[in-house]
Design a protein around this ligand. Sequence first.
Ligand SMILES: Cc1cc2nc3c(=O)[nH]c(=O)nc-3n(C[C@H](O)[C@H](O)[C@H](O)COP(=O)(O)O)c2cc1C
Length: 201
Amino acid sequence: MKVSEIKVRDYRKNQYPVEDFIINRWSARAMSGENLPQEELLRLFEAARWAPSSGNFQEWYFLYAHRGTEQFDHFFSLLDIWNQEWCVRASVLLIVLSNRISPKGKEISTHAFDTGLAFENLALQGVAMGLVVHPMGGFDQERARAELHIPEAYTVHCMAAVGYPGEISDLSEYNQNREYPNQRKDLNETFQEGGFPPVSE
Ligand SMILES: Cc1cc2nc3c(=O)[nH]c(=O)nc-3n(C[C@H](O)[C@H](O)[C@H](O)COP(=O)(O)O)c2cc1C
C-alpha cells in the first residue's frame, strides 16, 4: 500500500474545524525514490520565501541536494543510521539554517522562530503538491558545519527529506509499524487564557 492511500482523518481527530491541508501534513517516511524536478523543488522554496519574519530579515537559508548527485551522498552520510534507513528513497535532502546576524551586524533573537515559519510554509506546500516532507534532527551537525563550510553566523537547525510517496512495505518492519499520522495533546494542555496561575508560597 502506498503511504498516500492513508486516510489521515482516520487517525487525526481535531477538536475544532480546520482546513484539510493543516491536518494532512504529517512526517511520513515511505518515499518512492523518484527524482524531484528542480522546478518542483523551487515551488517549495517559493512557499518558504513568503513566510513572515522579524523585520522582514528572512534569516532562513536552505542547502539542498538532489538524489543521484555527489552532494546527495554527502548529505545522506550526515544522517543518523535510523534516518538513513528510510531516506535512501528521498528525492531531495535539505539542511535548514538561519543567519543570526542582521545586515547591521546585530543578533536577531527571532532567527529560529522565523526559520521555523519558513519550514512550515515549505511543508504545507509539499502537502498541496502531494509530497512527503519530513524534518530530521538526527544528523551530525558538527560535520555538516565543517564539511559544508557553514559560516559561524549561521545556526544549523535540522535536515529534511523531500520525496514522492512510496510503498510502506519498502520500510523496515520497525518503521512500517509507525507509518501513520500521530495525534496531538488536548488544546487545553498547551493554550491558556491569560498568564500561568501564580505560584503559591
Ligand atoms: C526539528 C525536528 C526534528 C525531527 N527529527 C526527526 C528525526 O531525526 N527523525 C524522524 O524520523 N523524525 C523526526 N522529526 C519528525 C517528528 O517526529 C514529527 O514531526 C512529530 O512526531 C510530529 O508528527 P508529524 O510531523 O507527522 O505531524 C523531527 C521533527 C522536527 C520538527
